[in-house]
Design a protein. Structure first.
Length: 268
């Protein structure tokens, strides 16, 4: 199969966790996605993910994990980090480079703090160590759309806050189509994960992170703000910071050199 891409499922905590794998490299890279996982898990996405991150396929065996398919109310990012550590144990992954995006970066923070031996290098992309006004406003807006069952409005807010203004103007015609095609059967996982973002607070423990860390942020991040990345980088000993001046929360898709930036940090 292309890029050796495979879909998989694990049994964890009385439920299941979807994941994908691709690549043939000796080094292991674990990717943790953002809050969008609450709307759609990684199930069945091995091929598109492998294509999007094909630059890593030769040097790494890449895993991308969803959160559990059933999440109890009050489940925290620290709980999710514990699940992630268990998933790695099940797959025989003793240590991996960890690449967390947005909410995935929140989980990655706890993984690096609580399970340091499992983390080689750490990349924290467009994420936050604790709630801030921009993050709270974004999630409140998304949750409000979901609670009134207006998925088109949720997608519109999502695209507007995540991508650049130019991208939004060019592609907003697609939002009604996205609203129809991507609506989940239930918002239960989304609500739990959204609440976990609002209660996430690893700030005081960031100085415990020993892994070499790269923090990547966008100056025009309308989802949680660029200062969130600067705050993390200042707190983690020896962390490197890469800020994209013209991009926002979706810089991992919009910045042409993003994959090269991540790979360059990993293979040094």
């Amino acid at each position: 199969m292309l890029y050796n891409a495979k879909n998989g499922t694990l049994k964890i905590g009385g439920t299941t966790m979807d994941y994908i794998r691709f690549g043939t490299g000796e080094r292991i890279l674990v990717m943790l996605p953002g809050l969008g996982d609450g709307l759609r898990s990684m199930k069945g996405t091995a091929l598109p993910m492998a294509f999007m991150y094909r630059e890593f396929a030769k040097d790494f065996t890449v895993y991308a994990f969803s959160r559990k398919n059933v999440l109890p109310e009050g489940y925290t990012t620290r709980d999710m980090a514990r699940d992630q550590a268990e998933a790695m144990e099940q797959l025989g992954i003793e240590c991996a480079d960890i690449f967390g995006v947005s909410m995935g970066g929140m989980i990655a923070q706890h993984l690096a703090i609580d399970y340091p031996k499992k983390v080689g290098k750490l990349i924290l992309t467009v994420t936050s160590a604790r709630p801030n006004p921009i993050l709270i406003e974004s999630i409140d807006e998304w949750v409000s759309c979901a609670k009134r069952d207006d998925h088109t409005a949720l997608m519109d807010s999502n695209v507007r806050r995540i991508y650049s203004e130019g991208y939004y103007r060019k592609n907003k015609w697609m939002v009604p189509i996205m609203g129809k095609l991507t609506k989940p059967k239930s918002y239960d996982r989304f609500f739990v994960q959204a609440d976990a973002c609002l209660t996430h607070d690893a700030y005081e423990s960031l100085n415990q992170i020993k892994a070499p860390t790269l923090v990547i942020g966008g100056e025009k991040d309308f989802s949680l703000g660029g200062d969130a990345s600067r705050e993390i980088a200042a707190k983690i000993p020896g962390a490197k910071l890469r800020m994209y001046e013209q991009w926002g929360h979706g810089l991992y898709e919009e910045a042409k050199d993003f994959n090269q930036t991540v790979k360059g940090f990993l293979i040094k």
